[in-house]
Design a binder for this molecule. Sequence first.
Ligand SMILES: [Zn+2]
Ligand SMILES: [Zn+2]
Length: 305
Amino acid sequence: MRPTFALAAMALCLLAAPGRDAVAVEPAQQTGVERGVLPMRWTAESPDCGTAPAFLVHEYNPTFYILRQSGCTNFEKPFLYLLLGTKEALLVDTGAAGARVSPVVEELLRRHSQRQRTPVLSLLVVHSHGHGDHTAGDADLSQMPGARVVAASAEALAKFFAIKNWPRQIAQHDLGDRVLDIVPIPGHEAASIAIYDRRTGTLLTGDTVYPGRLYVRDAADFVESVGRLVEFTATREVVHVLGAHIENTRTPYLDYPRGTTFQPEEHVLELGRAHLLELQDALRQMGGGVIRRSFRDFTVWPFGQ
Ligand SMILES: [Zn+2]
Ligand SMILES: [Zn+2]
C-alpha cells in the first residue's frame, strides 16, 4: 500500500501547488524534461464490463497520451502511446483484437487541434513489435485520412527510419519540436524497437521490458538488445521506462495468470533504468542462454516454455 499512498500524496501536491495545473509541463529545473503525471491505477473500479470503455485514455501531459485497452475487450490489455509534435503525431501500436482505437485517436487529435488552434496533425503509426496484440488495429488505422502505417517488420522499419545497420544503429525521427530516438531491440520479436522521447525522458520498451513476463524468442539478440538499452540510457535522463503490458501484481515476484482480464492489484506500469540494469545482470548470470526466473518486478521467460 505504501507506494500507492506516496503516489497519491504526490498527485495531491501537484494539484495543490498554487498557480500550477495538475499536469505540469514546464521544464523541471534539475532535468530539463517535460514532466507529466501517471494515474493511480489503470484498471476499472469493478470487473463489470457493461459500462467499461474499450480504451482508458490518460493524459500524461498535453502532448503525451497513454491508452490502455480494457481487459473486457482482450485479456492482453495492451498499452498504446500517442505522442504529439508540431508537425506530426505518432501512435505506438494499434491494439489487440476486440476493440477499435481509431475513433479514440481521431478524437484526441481533434481535441489537440482545437486546443492549439492548428490543423489536425497527420498520424504516423509504428509498432513496438509485430505481435498481434499490438498490430490488430493496423487495417483500421490505415483507413484514417492522412495516416501512414509502417509495417511491423525489421525491413520496413529499417527503410522508414533509414537504418542501414539494423539492429545496431539508432535512428532519429522528428515529429516537430519532438525528436525521438528509435532503438532496435530484437529478441522478444524480430521487429522490436524501443522509442525514447527526448521531451519527456520517457523510454517506451514494448514487450521487451515491462512489469510482467518477458518472453524471449532469441536469447542472443535479447541479450544484445538489453545491453544496447543500458548503454543508450547511460547518457540520458530516463524518467520512466514504459512497456506494453502489466502482468505482475503489487506483490513482489507474483504475477497474474495468463488470461486474467481484471487486475485490481496490478503492479504500476512505470519501471526505471535500474530495471534495465537488473535485467542485464540477470542475463549475465544466465551465461548467454535464457532460463525462466522471476525477479521482483518481472520474469524472464524463454518463449514457448
Ligand atoms: Zn509481444
Ligand atoms: Zn504483447
